[in-house]
Design a protein around this ligand. Structure first.
Ligand SMILES: *[C@@H]1O[C@H](CO)[C@@H](O)[C@H](O)[C@H]1NC(C)=O
Ligand SMILES: *[C@@H]1O[C@H](CO)[C@@H](O)[C@H](O)[C@H]1NC(C)=O
Ligand SMILES: *[C@@H]1O[C@H](CO)[C@@H](O)[C@H](O)[C@H]1NC(C)=O
Ligand SMILES: *[C@@H]1O[C@H](CO)[C@@H](O)[C@H](O)[C@H]1NC(C)=O
Length: 471
């Protein structure tokens, strides 16, 4: 039995079987019950929104929270896209939906319409995962003591299975899975489970600034810092000859740094300074919510916690009682909603699991794979991602079908791209941060739209009429 059996817990257990009698605690099984009438402060819109819980383990009372924004215009014709933020342990609703590419952005007491929302192109499903993140919960809190990639992927699959029960009209729909940062683990791992279990109609995955291979990704930081003038020649030399970044990161996960590595780490920290946003080395604004997931990924034991902005619109918005009511959200075992979980203890060793190999499996199964990089991010720099994708293409024997070239958004170069075998793609987003859709919403929407449509990125200056058609 549960160690602390509290009355509300017994009531909640009963409700699972006696739905209707105490429906306020029970998990709803139809989409109608999850329909959001209106979010506090939102402008009028024509699309439907839903939010609520999907049980992933009824016995353990573990449930994941989602927010679903149907496409603006012709939802029945548009694909279904699942979005996952990283961390590990950060919220896709707080970061993805309310700071990056959801339909609204909180501003003071109101929600402003986002002109570059991804629900212009797709039905967007945002999932808070694993349990313990955001509004998602496990009543048996022992679950939080050690959560790993495997548990997360299994729950994500269970979530999708049960979510489709609520939304059967989406079951046969083209499905894409997208995400960023540590979702470089979540997305391919979930996609592989889907392919192996022959479930759903998975067409492709897209991952931004993803952690794909520990050594390559972390060591590319030194090259990025050096080439962007953030560290000196001498410190770059130290990274290459005395102690490299992957060693520093690995040591910091299991204990204190060795004296030599500690010297290299502190010298580079001093040079970079505390006043640079390492998720976008050219941006100098307050980024607390959107940078939290990379703060987790970036955490070294000897460094201070990233300064959190006081004015954090999404955090304030999602902690309003009437907002939580409108979202059908509850705080289970926590007193406030946080961007990144304060209860989940994630297995940090899992950062070392390579997921680049999984991308290879997916490509071999006919799943389209896009890896993209905001090119101003130093947390997971483009340098590592581009090399990993290029090497993967070689290993798979995929020839280049679109040679490395620029792509355009409106009249400006929006980045560079290369496509291999018409199935594996790489793209940079010029001037974008770790959270590309946050800092470069227009360019990110063009990338997203091309990816869903299976089109190469715009090759030249788009004529005004072509631009019209795209938006
Ligand atoms: C709670 O979860 C832990 C870890 O997942 C499990 O070992 C334990 O049996 C669970 N407790 C109950 C009462 O189900
Ligand atoms: C279930 O739906 C009802 C009404 O449709 C709502 O009041 C209740 O909050 C929902 N429960 C959950 C857990 O989402
Ligand atoms: C990082 O350092 C380790 C230990 O010296 C070494 O095995 C590894 O090859 C280095 N990686 C790079 C990219 O230099
Ligand atoms: C890739 O290119 C090589 C050399 O041009 C060619 O021999 C090979 O057939 C191509 N492979 C595919 C899968 O098109």
């Amino acid at each position: 039995m549960y160690p602390k059996l509290v009355p509300w817990l017994i009531a909640a257990t009963l409700c699972v079987t006696l739905t209707g009698i105490c429906s306020s605690s029970a998990l709803n099984t139809t989409s109608a019950a999850d329909r959001i009438a209106s979010l506090p402060g939102q402008p009028q819109v024509t699309f439907h929104q839903y939010a609520g819980y999907v049980a992933v383990d009824e016995e353990q009372q573990r449930a994941l929270f989602y927010y679903f924004a149907e496409a603006e215009g012709n939802p029945a014709e548009k694909p279904l896209v699942l979005w996952l933020n990283g961390g590990p342990g950060c919220s896709s609703v707080g970061v993805g939906a309310f700071c990056e590419h959801g339909p609204f952005k909180p501003s003071g007491d109101v929600l402003l319409k986002n002109d570059y929302s991804w629900n212009k192109e797709a039905n967007m499903l945002y999932l808070e995962t694993p349990a313990g993140v955001g509004f998602s919960y496990s009543v048996n809190t022992s679950y939080y003591k050690s959560v790993d990639d495997k548990m997360t992927a299994i729950d994500n699959l269970a979530f999708l299975r049960n979510w489709f029960e609520k939304f059967p009209e989406y079951k046969e729909r083209d499905l894409f899975i997208t995400g960023e940062s540590y979702a470089g683990h979540y997305v391919p791992q979930l996609a592989l489970l889907i392919v192996q279990s022959k479930l759903f109609n998975l067409k492709g995955i897209a991952i931004g600034n993803p952690l794909l291979e520990f050594n390559t990704d972390f060591n590319s930081r030194a090259d990025f810092f050096w080439s962007h003038g953030l560290i000196s020649d001498a410190t770059y030399e130290s990274f290459n000859t005395i102690c490299n970044y992957s060693q520093i990161r690995r040591q910091s996960q299991s204990g204190p740094l060795t004296p030599v590595c500690s010297r290299v780490a502190s010298e580079s920290s001093r040079e970079i300074s505390k006043f640079i946003d390492t998720y976008d080395v050219t941006l100098d604004v307050c980024l607390s919510t959107v940078s939290s997931q990379s703060a987790v990924l970036n955490k070294l034991q000897e460094t201070e916690k990233i300064d959190v902005c006081v004015e954090d619109e999404a955090l304030k918005y999602l902690n309003r009682k009437e907002v939580q009511e409108a979202l059908h959200a509850r705080l289970v075992g926590i007193s406030t909603w946080t961007v990144c979980s304060e209860v989940v203890r994630y297995e940090y060793q899992n950062l070392e699991i390579p997921t680049i190999t999984i991308l290879g499996e997916l490509v071999k199964s006919g799943i389209h794979v896009l890896v993209y990089s905001g090119d101003q991010d130093s947390a997971i720099p483009l340098l590592g991602s581009r090399t990993l994708v290029n090497n993967l293409a070689k290993q798979l024997g995929l020839n280049t079908t679109v040679p490395y070239r620029v792509w355009f958004e409106q009249r400006q170069v929006a980045g560079w791209t290369q496509v291999y075998g018409d199935i594996l793609s790489y793209a940079t987003i010029r001037g974008a941060s770790h959270e590309a859709p946050y800092s470069s919403p227009e360019r990110s929407l063009v990338l997203f739209s091309s990816f869903l449509g299976g089109r190469p990125l715009p090759e030249g200056l788009l004529s005004e009429s072509a631009v019209e058609k795209h938006s």
